[in-house]
Design a protein around this ligand. Structure first.
Ligand code: UDP
Length: 313
């Protein structure tokens, strides 16, 4: 039976992906490797998973988890742009050395393919959107550089050791189970729940591509089933400014519960405008991020409300 290792399986994307694998009744056995910094095995469905607590920076831990697997979905990463500017070494260790360990362990265990989470905007830097796979990378922050290096090693391992490597360049992913994320949608909803003001860095005109996590996870599985290799942008393909996002979020939350919005200085190293062209993924594996922003935000808010309802005070 096919056996898939998911690194970072307890995290936001991982826990949604594992749920989707279970719901789809897919045949593969799932092994999870997670260091529990961004999630816990309690967040995973009770579905006979083979669970390993461990870090991708520990090659022995990766090698133990990968034994007998034919596929790796490598999601474990340090994903914060601003934190990578503050601590580029940690970002390097996790994203570059960690990915290198995953690839080494994959090679030595005879893994057939590695699908790795990458990023669109941060790899390319400040370029004219929509971003696509044909653009020359020029990262503006250590996070983008680390993902570019990881993609570089992926490409080299594919060519040198005959394994299939696919880099899926996620845009800004949002959705249920993002409680531990510091990204815009999750952070803004948490501020509302806590009755705190929302701070917008800059004037809110910055543009991002918000993709709903269930659409993204379907895309990951479609890429695996279609056996594709190389890099693919996975996003909604739609530009949304932070101001537009806030209008939608306020509608979902209701004006009576909505937080005050404050505007602060722009943060150094941030890309001002990015959204992606998803033509390549559409053509290669029918990627179809069909969830409209308002529906995805509604589902996310409902999930956040349930969490507070079930948390003992
Ligand atoms: N953002 C903001 N206030 C916050 C969190 C995020 O204004 O409390 C902005 C941030 O400056 C960026 C956008 O929202 O322009 C998306 O931020 P996120 O961290 O989600 O993703 P990334 O910058 O990595 O695309």
């Amino acid at each position: 039976m096919s056996k898939t290792l998911i690194t970072g399986g307890c995290g936001f994307v991982g826990s949604n992906l594992i749920r989707q694998i279970v719901e789809q009744g897919r045949a593969e056995r799932i092994v999870v490797l997670d260091n529990e910094t961004m999630g816990s095995p309690r967040d995973l469905p009770d579905a006979g998973l083979d669970y390993h607590k461990g870090d991708i920076c520990d090659l022995d831990a990766v090698s133990r988890a990968v034994a007998g697997c034919d596929t790796i979905i490598h999601l474990a990463a340090n994903t914060r742009v601003i934190e990578s500017i503050e601590d580029p070494t940690l970002n390097f260790e996790v994203n570059v050395r960690g990915t290198f360990n995953v690839l080494l362990a994959a090679r030595d265990a005879g893994v057939r393919r590695v699908v790795m989470a990458s990023t669109g905007g941060a790899i390319l830097g400040d370029v004219e959107p929509p971003v696509h796979e044909g653009m020359v990378p020029q990262p503006a922050a250590p996070y983008g550089a680390s993902k570019l290096a990881a993609e570089g090693y992926g490409s080299a391992f594919a060519a040198s050791y005959g394994m299939q490597v696919t880099a899926l360049r996620f845009s800004n992913v949002y959705g249920p189970r993002s409680y531990r994320k510091g990204s815009a949608v999750a952070h803004f909803f948490k501020q509302v729940l806590d009755g705190n003001p929302i701070t917008v860095y800059g004037d809110g005109s910055q543009v991002r591509d918000f993709v709903f996590v269930a659409d993204l996870c379907r895309g990951i599985l479609q890429a695996i089933d279609a056996n594709v290799s190389g890099a693919f942008q996975l996003g909604s393909g739609q530009p949304t400014s932070i101001n537009e996002l806030l209008v939608e979020m306020k509608r979902v939350v209701g004006a009576n519960r909505w937080s005050e919005v404050h505007f602060a200085d722009w943060r150094a190293g941030e890309v001002r405008q990015t959204y992606c062209d998803i033509t390549k993924a559409r053509q290669a594996f029918d990627f179809d991020p069909a969830t409209p922003l308002e529906k995805g935000l509604e589902a996310t808010w409902q999930w956040f409300l349930q969490q507070t309802a079930s948390t003992p005070t």
